[in-house]
Design a protein around this ligand. Structure first.
Ligand SMILES: [Cu+2]
Length: 83
């Protein structure tokens, strides 16, 4: 493989992993929304936390900070006990 092909491949891999992550956030947000629509048995405090993380996750996602978004949404999902 020549140098150009190698770097093109590397760029494709980076792009692919980035977009896989970019796709991760909306999927997590959807899971959170679905869990919330089912009236989960949470305290008012937990509800507020889930909503906060959900909003933060969306903001981070829109800012292109997908890893931070996934991490933040994971906290909401943990409270909701969804995976
Ligand atoms: Cu994202």
């Amino acid at each position: 493989m020549n140098k150009l092909a190698a770097s093109a491949l590397a760029a494709t891999l980076i792009l692919a992993s980035g977009s896989a992550l970019a796709f991760h956030c909306p999927a997590d947000m959807k899971k959170i929304d679905e869990a919330m629509s089912k009236n989960p048995k949470l305290s008012a405090e937990q509800m507020a936390e889930v909503k906060k993380y959900r909003a933060e996750g969306e903001t981070l996602h829109k800012a292109g900070k997908h890893q931070a978004s996934v991490d933040t949404l994971a906290k909401a999902m943990k409270i909701l006990n969804v995976k």
